[in-house]
Design a protein. Structure first.
Length: 98
């Protein structure tokens, strides 16, 4: 009976360490570390990067970039004067015209 408390303690410590190793319920990560992980999922992380991707595909000059729910709306003026509005998906980096 005198070994019961140390055994319970050892069991709980082992359970806690195992849960951490598997990403379980006990977490020492701060909210900023979680935020970094979620941002790492996105290919396009800023309006500047979205503008660069759109300009690389269409050329011309960037007129405006708007942040949308899951990406960026980029408006460009091409060298021939044509105005192009495209959507850059933040997760995939894919560009959709329109």
């Amino acid at each position: 009976m005198k070994f019961a408390l140390p055994l319970i303690f050892l069991f709980l410590v082992t359970l806690s360490v195992d849960a951490n190793a598997q990403g379980g319920f006990v977490s020492g990560a701060s909210s900023s570390e979680h935020k970094k992980k979620s941002n790492a999922e996105f290919r396009i992380k800023s309006s500047k990067q979205a503008a660069k991707v759109a300009k690389g595909r269409f050329g011309g000059k960037v007129l405006k970039v708007q942040k949308k729910t899951s990406g960026y709306r980029v408006k460009l003026i091409k060298t021939n004067g044509q105005i192009v509005s495209v959507y850059v998906d933040a997760k995939t980096g894919k560009i959709k015209e329109g």
